[in-house]
Design a binder for this molecule. Structure first.
Ligand code: UD1
Length: 325
Protein backbone atom coordinates (compact mmCIF):
# COMPACT_ATOMS: atom_id res chain seq x y z
CA UNK A 1 0.00 0.00 0.00
CA UNK A 2 1.22 3.46 -0.97
CA UNK A 3 0.99 6.39 1.34
CA UNK A 4 0.35 9.38 -0.83
CA UNK A 5 -0.40 11.74 2.02
CA UNK A 6 -2.02 15.11 1.54
CA UNK A 7 -0.97 18.56 0.46
CA UNK A 8 0.26 17.55 -3.00
CA UNK A 9 0.52 20.44 -5.48
CA UNK A 10 -1.79 19.96 -8.47
CA UNK A 11 -2.45 22.02 -11.58
CA UNK A 12 -5.86 21.53 -13.22
CA UNK A 13 -6.32 23.11 -16.66
CA UNK A 14 -9.96 23.51 -17.70
CA UNK A 15 -10.92 23.85 -14.03
CA UNK A 16 -14.14 25.77 -14.80
CA UNK A 17 -15.35 23.02 -17.10
CA UNK A 18 -17.78 20.22 -16.40
CA UNK A 19 -15.18 17.56 -15.53
CA UNK A 20 -12.37 19.88 -14.37
CA UNK A 21 -14.54 21.40 -11.67
CA UNK A 22 -15.47 17.96 -10.27
CA UNK A 23 -11.81 16.94 -10.30
CA UNK A 24 -10.67 20.09 -8.46
CA UNK A 25 -13.40 19.60 -5.86
CA UNK A 26 -12.24 16.04 -5.24
CA UNK A 27 -8.53 16.93 -5.04
CA UNK A 28 -9.30 19.67 -2.51
CA UNK A 29 -11.46 17.28 -0.48
CA UNK A 30 -8.51 14.86 -0.37
CA UNK A 31 -6.37 17.64 1.16
CA UNK A 32 -4.35 18.60 -1.91
CA UNK A 33 -3.54 22.10 -3.20
CA UNK A 34 -5.02 23.06 -6.55
CA UNK A 35 -3.96 25.75 -9.00
CA UNK A 36 -6.75 26.03 -11.56
CA UNK A 37 -6.48 27.47 -15.08
CA UNK A 38 -9.36 28.40 -17.37
CA UNK A 39 -10.16 31.12 -19.90
CA UNK A 40 -13.93 30.50 -19.89
CA UNK A 41 -13.98 29.56 -23.56
CA UNK A 42 -16.41 26.81 -22.67
CA UNK A 43 -16.26 26.73 -18.85
CA UNK A 44 -18.35 28.76 -16.41
CA UNK A 45 -17.45 30.56 -13.15
CA UNK A 46 -20.55 28.93 -11.54
CA UNK A 47 -18.92 25.52 -11.91
CA UNK A 48 -16.28 26.62 -9.39
CA UNK A 49 -18.81 28.01 -6.87
CA UNK A 50 -18.30 25.23 -4.31
CA UNK A 51 -14.51 25.64 -4.07
CA UNK A 52 -13.48 29.05 -5.44
CA UNK A 53 -12.90 30.39 -1.91
CA UNK A 54 -11.17 27.26 -0.61
CA UNK A 55 -7.85 28.29 1.02
CA UNK A 56 -5.94 25.62 -0.92
CA UNK A 57 -7.32 26.80 -4.29
CA UNK A 58 -5.88 29.49 -6.58
CA UNK A 59 -7.38 30.42 -9.92
CA UNK A 60 -5.80 32.01 -13.02
CA UNK A 61 -7.96 33.24 -15.89
CA UNK A 62 -5.64 32.52 -18.79
CA UNK A 63 -5.19 30.37 -21.89
CA UNK A 64 -3.13 27.19 -21.88
CA UNK A 65 -1.51 28.48 -25.06
CA UNK A 66 0.36 31.19 -23.07
CA UNK A 67 4.12 30.78 -23.52
CA UNK A 68 5.86 29.50 -20.37
CA UNK A 69 2.62 29.10 -18.45
CA UNK A 70 3.67 26.18 -16.25
CA UNK A 71 7.06 27.78 -15.50
CA UNK A 72 5.30 30.99 -14.46
CA UNK A 73 2.84 29.15 -12.21
CA UNK A 74 5.58 27.01 -10.69
CA UNK A 75 7.51 30.19 -9.88
CA UNK A 76 4.56 31.42 -7.82
CA UNK A 77 3.51 28.14 -6.19
CA UNK A 78 6.06 25.81 -4.71
CA UNK A 79 5.88 22.03 -4.83
CA UNK A 80 3.63 21.57 -7.85
CA UNK A 81 4.06 18.07 -9.18
CA UNK A 82 0.82 16.87 -10.79
CA UNK A 83 -0.70 18.35 -13.93
CA UNK A 84 -4.22 17.36 -14.96
CA UNK A 85 -4.63 18.72 -18.46
CA UNK A 86 -8.31 19.00 -19.39
CA UNK A 87 -8.49 22.39 -21.11
CA UNK A 88 -9.30 22.03 -24.81
CA UNK A 89 -11.59 23.01 -27.60
CA UNK A 90 -14.26 20.47 -26.76
CA UNK A 91 -16.72 20.97 -29.57
CA UNK A 92 -16.33 18.68 -32.57
CA UNK A 93 -18.45 20.90 -34.89
CA UNK A 94 -16.40 23.97 -33.85
CA UNK A 95 -13.20 22.08 -34.63
CA UNK A 96 -14.48 21.42 -38.18
CA UNK A 97 -14.56 25.16 -38.88
CA UNK A 98 -11.42 26.02 -36.88
CA UNK A 99 -8.83 23.41 -37.73
CA UNK A 100 -5.75 25.54 -37.11
CA UNK A 101 -6.99 26.82 -33.76
CA UNK A 102 -7.93 23.27 -32.69
CA UNK A 103 -4.44 22.00 -33.48
CA UNK A 104 -2.88 24.93 -31.63
CA UNK A 105 -4.95 24.42 -28.47
CA UNK A 106 -5.53 20.66 -28.39
CA UNK A 107 -2.14 19.53 -29.68
CA UNK A 108 0.57 22.25 -29.66
CA UNK A 109 -0.34 23.56 -26.20
CA UNK A 110 -0.43 20.01 -24.81
CA UNK A 111 3.08 19.34 -26.13
CA UNK A 112 4.36 22.53 -24.50
CA UNK A 113 2.75 21.69 -21.17
CA UNK A 114 4.22 18.19 -21.31
CA UNK A 115 7.72 19.48 -22.05
CA UNK A 116 7.45 22.06 -19.27
CA UNK A 117 6.11 19.50 -16.79
CA UNK A 118 9.03 17.20 -17.56
CA UNK A 119 11.58 20.01 -17.27
CA UNK A 120 10.06 21.13 -13.97
CA UNK A 121 10.26 17.54 -12.72
CA UNK A 122 6.53 17.00 -12.29
CA UNK A 123 5.70 13.44 -11.19
CA UNK A 124 2.83 13.12 -13.63
CA UNK A 125 0.79 14.74 -16.38
CA UNK A 126 -2.63 13.20 -16.98
CA UNK A 127 -4.23 14.15 -20.27
CA UNK A 128 -7.91 14.10 -21.31
CA UNK A 129 -8.07 12.07 -24.51
CA UNK A 130 -11.25 11.08 -26.33
CA UNK A 131 -13.04 8.18 -27.97
CA UNK A 132 -12.95 10.41 -31.06
CA UNK A 133 -9.34 9.20 -31.44
CA UNK A 134 -10.78 5.96 -32.86
CA UNK A 135 -12.58 7.65 -35.76
CA UNK A 136 -15.34 5.34 -36.96
CA UNK A 137 -13.58 2.08 -36.08
CA UNK A 138 -16.30 -0.53 -35.56
CA UNK A 139 -14.14 -3.35 -34.13
CA UNK A 140 -15.87 -3.44 -30.78
CA UNK A 141 -15.03 -3.20 -27.97
CA UNK A 142 -12.36 -0.69 -28.88
CA UNK A 143 -8.85 -1.55 -27.75
CA UNK A 144 -6.29 1.18 -27.16
CA UNK A 145 -4.10 -0.16 -29.97
CA UNK A 146 -6.83 0.34 -32.60
CA UNK A 147 -6.12 4.07 -32.83
CA UNK A 148 -2.94 4.46 -34.87
CA UNK A 149 -1.51 6.53 -37.72
CA UNK A 150 -3.81 4.72 -40.19
CA UNK A 151 -6.97 5.75 -38.32
CA UNK A 152 -9.16 8.10 -40.35
CA UNK A 153 -10.23 10.77 -37.90
CA UNK A 154 -13.60 12.34 -38.52
CA UNK A 155 -12.66 15.79 -37.22
CA UNK A 156 -9.68 18.01 -36.41
CA UNK A 157 -10.74 17.44 -32.79
CA UNK A 158 -10.21 13.67 -33.08
CA UNK A 159 -6.94 14.10 -34.95
CA UNK A 160 -5.47 16.58 -32.44
CA UNK A 161 -6.56 14.48 -29.45
CA UNK A 162 -4.93 11.41 -31.02
CA UNK A 163 -1.60 13.16 -31.65
CA UNK A 164 -1.60 14.67 -28.18
CA UNK A 165 -2.46 11.35 -26.49
CA UNK A 166 0.36 9.64 -28.35
CA UNK A 167 2.89 12.26 -27.25
CA UNK A 168 1.70 12.15 -23.63
CA UNK A 169 1.62 8.34 -23.47
CA UNK A 170 5.18 7.99 -24.74
CA UNK A 171 6.58 10.32 -22.08
CA UNK A 172 7.62 8.65 -18.80
CA UNK A 173 5.47 11.09 -16.78
CA UNK A 174 2.47 10.88 -19.12
CA UNK A 175 -0.87 9.11 -18.88
CA UNK A 176 -3.52 9.74 -21.54
CA UNK A 177 -7.05 8.71 -20.62
CA UNK A 178 -9.37 8.12 -23.56
CA UNK A 179 -12.80 9.02 -22.29
CA UNK A 180 -15.99 7.70 -23.82
CA UNK A 181 -19.31 9.55 -23.31
CA UNK A 182 -19.02 11.33 -19.96
CA UNK A 183 -22.17 12.65 -18.29
CA UNK A 184 -23.25 14.09 -14.97
CA UNK A 185 -24.08 17.31 -13.12
CA UNK A 186 -22.68 20.55 -14.64
CA UNK A 187 -22.68 19.25 -18.19
CA UNK A 188 -24.19 22.19 -20.02
CA UNK A 189 -27.65 21.09 -21.23
CA UNK A 190 -28.38 24.16 -23.33
CA UNK A 191 -25.46 24.39 -25.73
CA UNK A 192 -25.98 23.07 -29.27
CA UNK A 193 -22.96 20.83 -28.62
CA UNK A 194 -24.38 19.29 -25.42
CA UNK A 195 -24.18 15.58 -24.84
CA UNK A 196 -27.34 13.60 -25.44
CA UNK A 197 -27.95 12.90 -21.71
CA UNK A 198 -28.00 16.49 -20.51
CA UNK A 199 -30.08 17.44 -23.55
CA UNK A 200 -32.66 14.68 -23.02
CA UNK A 201 -32.97 15.41 -19.28
CA UNK A 202 -33.45 19.10 -19.92
CA UNK A 203 -36.07 18.51 -22.61
CA UNK A 204 -37.89 15.79 -20.67
CA UNK A 205 -38.21 18.01 -17.59
CA UNK A 206 -39.54 20.87 -19.71
CA UNK A 207 -42.14 18.37 -20.95
CA UNK A 208 -40.82 18.59 -24.46
CA UNK A 209 -40.54 15.79 -27.01
CA UNK A 210 -37.18 14.01 -27.13
CA UNK A 211 -35.67 13.98 -30.61
CA UNK A 212 -33.79 10.93 -31.80
CA UNK A 213 -31.44 11.40 -34.71
CA UNK A 214 -31.80 8.29 -36.90
CA UNK A 215 -33.41 5.03 -35.74
CA UNK A 216 -32.14 5.21 -32.15
CA UNK A 217 -30.28 1.90 -32.39
CA UNK A 218 -26.92 3.68 -32.36
CA UNK A 219 -25.18 2.99 -29.06
CA UNK A 220 -22.68 4.64 -26.73
CA UNK A 221 -20.66 3.80 -23.64
CA UNK A 222 -21.81 6.31 -21.00
CA UNK A 223 -19.54 6.87 -18.01
CA UNK A 224 -20.50 8.93 -14.95
CA UNK A 225 -18.36 11.89 -13.93
CA UNK A 226 -17.42 10.60 -10.44
CA UNK A 227 -15.99 7.43 -12.02
CA UNK A 228 -14.01 9.67 -14.37
CA UNK A 229 -12.66 11.70 -11.44
CA UNK A 230 -11.57 8.49 -9.73
CA UNK A 231 -9.81 7.47 -12.95
CA UNK A 232 -7.85 10.76 -12.90
CA UNK A 233 -6.86 10.28 -9.26
CA UNK A 234 -5.63 6.74 -9.93
CA UNK A 235 -3.85 7.70 -13.14
CA UNK A 236 -1.92 10.32 -11.16
CA UNK A 237 -1.14 7.85 -8.38
CA UNK A 238 -2.92 10.01 -5.80
CA UNK A 239 -4.90 7.09 -4.41
CA UNK A 240 -3.68 5.33 -1.29
CA UNK A 241 -4.46 1.85 -2.50
CA UNK A 242 -3.82 0.20 -5.84
CA UNK A 243 -0.77 0.09 -8.06
CA UNK A 244 1.08 2.94 -9.77
CA UNK A 245 -0.11 3.23 -13.35
CA UNK A 246 2.63 2.92 -15.99
CA UNK A 247 2.78 5.71 -18.57
CA UNK A 248 0.58 4.98 -21.59
CA UNK A 249 -2.88 5.42 -23.02
CA UNK A 250 -5.96 3.90 -21.39
CA UNK A 251 -9.65 3.79 -22.26
CA UNK A 252 -12.06 5.04 -19.64
CA UNK A 253 -15.64 3.91 -20.19
CA UNK A 254 -17.84 1.25 -18.62
CA UNK A 255 -17.56 -1.50 -21.21
CA UNK A 256 -21.40 -1.41 -21.39
CA UNK A 257 -23.34 -0.38 -24.44
CA UNK A 258 -26.62 1.59 -24.31
CA UNK A 259 -28.71 2.46 -27.35
CA UNK A 260 -30.07 5.98 -27.64
CA UNK A 261 -33.56 4.46 -27.70
CA UNK A 262 -32.96 2.69 -24.34
CA UNK A 263 -31.55 5.91 -22.96
CA UNK A 264 -34.58 7.93 -24.08
CA UNK A 265 -36.99 5.39 -22.56
CA UNK A 266 -35.11 5.34 -19.23
CA UNK A 267 -35.13 9.14 -19.09
CA UNK A 268 -38.84 9.28 -19.90
CA UNK A 269 -39.42 6.79 -17.10
CA UNK A 270 -37.32 8.73 -14.56
CA UNK A 271 -38.87 12.09 -15.41
CA UNK A 272 -42.45 10.97 -16.02
CA UNK A 273 -42.35 12.38 -19.56
CA UNK A 274 -45.02 10.42 -21.47
CA UNK A 275 -44.70 12.11 -24.87
CA UNK A 276 -43.93 9.97 -27.91
CA UNK A 277 -40.39 10.17 -29.26
CA UNK A 278 -39.69 12.21 -32.35
CA UNK A 279 -37.45 10.50 -34.91
CA UNK A 280 -35.64 12.67 -37.40
CA UNK A 281 -32.78 12.45 -39.88
CA UNK A 282 -29.51 10.88 -38.75
CA UNK A 283 -26.93 13.49 -37.72
CA UNK A 284 -24.27 13.86 -40.41
CA UNK A 285 -20.92 12.41 -39.31
CA UNK A 286 -22.44 10.43 -36.41
CA UNK A 287 -20.75 7.17 -35.62
CA UNK A 288 -23.00 4.12 -35.17
CA UNK A 289 -21.52 2.29 -32.19
CA UNK A 290 -18.92 3.19 -29.60
CA UNK A 291 -17.86 0.85 -26.80
CA UNK A 292 -14.69 0.76 -24.71
CA UNK A 293 -12.60 -2.14 -23.63
CA UNK A 294 -11.60 -1.06 -20.14
CA UNK A 295 -9.41 -4.06 -19.30
CA UNK A 296 -6.14 -2.17 -19.64
CA UNK A 297 -7.01 0.55 -17.13
CA UNK A 298 -8.82 -1.84 -14.77
CA UNK A 299 -5.68 -4.00 -14.76
CA UNK A 300 -3.22 -1.13 -14.38
CA UNK A 301 -5.12 0.98 -11.86
CA UNK A 302 -7.57 -1.47 -10.23
CA UNK A 303 -10.24 0.98 -11.31
CA UNK A 304 -13.83 -0.10 -11.84
CA UNK A 305 -16.74 2.11 -12.82
CA UNK A 306 -19.14 2.09 -9.86
CA UNK A 307 -22.13 4.15 -10.94
CA UNK A 308 -24.84 2.44 -12.99
CA UNK A 309 -26.49 4.42 -15.77
CA UNK A 310 -29.77 4.63 -13.85
CA UNK A 311 -28.04 5.88 -10.67
CA UNK A 312 -25.98 8.39 -12.64
CA UNK A 313 -29.06 9.64 -14.46
CA UNK A 314 -30.84 10.14 -11.12
CA UNK A 315 -27.95 12.25 -9.81
CA UNK A 316 -27.82 14.29 -13.00
CA UNK A 317 -31.57 14.77 -12.89
CA UNK A 318 -31.31 16.24 -9.37
CA UNK A 319 -28.85 18.76 -10.69
CA UNK A 320 -30.85 19.70 -13.78
CA UNK A 321 -33.93 20.12 -11.57
CA UNK A 322 -32.07 22.33 -9.11
CA UNK A 323 -30.77 24.34 -12.04
CA UNK A 324 -34.20 24.92 -13.52
CA UNK A 325 -35.89 26.23 -10.33
C1 UD1 B 1 -19.25 12.26 -28.28
C2 UD1 B 1 -18.62 13.56 -27.88
C3 UD1 B 1 -17.72 14.04 -28.93
C4 UD1 B 1 -16.70 12.97 -29.31
C5 UD1 B 1 -17.40 11.67 -29.64
C6 UD1 B 1 -16.37 10.58 -29.83
C7 UD1 B 1 -20.18 14.67 -26.40
C8 UD1 B 1 -21.17 15.76 -26.25
N1 UD1 B 1 -19.67 14.53 -27.62
O1 UD1 B 1 -20.06 12.45 -29.40
O2 UD1 B 1 -17.03 15.17 -28.45
O3 UD1 B 1 -16.02 13.34 -30.45
O4 UD1 B 1 -18.23 11.32 -28.57
O5 UD1 B 1 -16.92 9.37 -30.16
O6 UD1 B 1 -19.86 13.96 -25.46
N2 UD1 B 1 -28.57 12.24 -30.18
C9 UD1 B 1 -29.93 12.18 -30.39
N3 UD1 B 1 -30.68 13.25 -30.01
C10 UD1 B 1 -30.15 14.38 -29.42
C11 UD1 B 1 -28.75 14.42 -29.21
C12 UD1 B 1 -27.98 13.33 -29.61
O7 UD1 B 1 -30.45 11.20 -30.93
O8 UD1 B 1 -30.92 15.30 -29.09
C13 UD1 B 1 -27.75 11.08 -30.56
C14 UD1 B 1 -26.64 11.45 -31.53
O9 UD1 B 1 -27.10 11.46 -32.85
C15 UD1 B 1 -25.63 10.35 -31.26
C16 UD1 B 1 -25.85 10.01 -29.77
O10 UD1 B 1 -27.11 10.58 -29.41
O11 UD1 B 1 -25.89 9.22 -32.04
C17 UD1 B 1 -24.79 10.57 -28.86
O12 UD1 B 1 -24.62 11.94 -29.17
P1 UD1 B 1 -23.66 12.91 -28.32
O13 UD1 B 1 -24.06 12.91 -26.91
O14 UD1 B 1 -23.64 14.21 -29.04
O15 UD1 B 1 -22.25 12.20 -28.34
P2 UD1 B 1 -21.35 11.57 -29.52
O16 UD1 B 1 -21.95 11.77 -30.84
O17 UD1 B 1 -21.06 10.17 -29.11
Amino acid sequence: MKNVGRNRGCVVTGVAGFVGSHLAEKLLSLGHRVVGIDNFFSGYPENMASFKDHPAFTFYDTSIAEEGLLEWISGRHSGLSYCFHLAAIVSVPYSMDHEEETTKINYDATLKLLQSAEKLRFSRLVFAGSAAEYGNDQRLPLLETYADEKTRHLSPYGQAKFMASRAVASNPIGVALRFFNIYGPRQDPRSPYSGVISRFLDMALANKVLTIFGDGHQARDFVYVSDVVEAYIRAAGLNDTGPSVPNGVYNVGTGKSTTILELAETIKDLTGNALPLNFCRERPGDIRFSLASVDAFSGAAHWVPRISLRAGLRETLHWVRRDSV
